[in-house]
Design a protein around this ligand. Sequence first.
Ligand SMILES: Nc1ncnc2c1ncn2[C@@H]1O[C@H](COP(=O)(O)OP(=O)(O)O)[C@@H](O)[C@H]1O
Ligand SMILES: [Mg+2]
Length: 355
Amino acid sequence: MDDTSKKLVEIQHLKQYFPVAGSSILSRTYVKAVDDVSFFIRKGQTLGLVGESGCGKTTTGRTLLQLYEPTAGRIIYDGNVIFDSGNVPLYDENGKPVLDGEGKPVLGKKTKVNMLPYRRKMQIVFQDPYASLDPRMTVGDIVGEAIDIHKLASSKAERRDKIITMLERVGLNSEHANRYPHEFSGGQRQRVGIARALAVDPEFIVCDEPISALDVSIQAQVINMLEDLQREFGLTYLFIAHDLSVVKHISTKIGVMYLGKLVEMADSYELTFHSCHPYTRSLISAIPIADPITSRNSKRIVLQGDIPSPVNPPSGCHFRTRCPYADKLCAEAEPKWGKVGEGHWCACHHLDRVD
Ligand SMILES: Nc1ncnc2c1ncn2[C@@H]1O[C@H](COP(=O)(O)OP(=O)(O)O)[C@@H](O)[C@H]1O
Ligand SMILES: [Mg+2]
């Protein structure tokens, strides 16, 4: 993998808090759906984002695209700051905070740009192909709408050519253009969703659990197609899944989220075989192993209890209420995000750090 390619997408200390409906104005409570998440994705690479349902994966993807205005943080796209809440430290190219003359961290400037030019470059494929396609529009118009918004065709003929090329790229054909979403299978609808994202010639796509709603038999086809499209168009992906087995083959790096926070991040191989966070280990132990001998020897780690509410997360380490190793320190202090190996980061009190 080319580790020197440029960072295309970066988020720093991103937060997305939703006010809880019904909480009074004076004592507003918030769902901390995304709580201080930072990562970057290099051009042409894939970051897999995994974690149980409700941990904030979708919100991370949507906030990064600014479909919601972030509560705080910084978003950088292709070297340009496209959002900055103005209270986040600036970092140099090595990831170290920039300091002023007195040694205090310099904060970024409050920034909000017009997103229209970025909307074309940054696309999303939704989890549910049934809900994300307008049932009253033909498939041709669904794909064509994005082309119209961004004025990417100068004539009707060019528009139609573009639509058909896109449908063919995702394994559909020109006859499908005049049909409505309900006439398609789940897998075909997801192909339409992918064609819609691709029609505007994007650089970056958030794939939000694109295969979760599909039959197992067609999941691999859609994954293979997304990989082929990535190679063909040099696309960069944020690939969200609740299941590690889905992302481990296609991701360059994998980030693991728990209750609004990243708990571990490493290269895909490193994370799969040398994970150190107890939560990541439990996710890995849940992947079925095809080989019966290995399978008999490997122990499944089953976590106790449910994910606590993101409105009122546990003190200290969010994971401590379900962690087999939790002690007093875990309840008192939030573990810091620290380096545990080359390109391998983790937030846990019980790890030896490299630096
Ligand atoms: N628009 C919203 N308003 C209020 N709460 C939300 C909204 N979207 C998501 N949440 C809450 O934020 C948390 C994270 O949700 P989500 O990002 O959808 O998780 P995931 O995609 O990992 O399943 C959940 O507790 C969810 O209920
Ligand atoms: Mg989701």
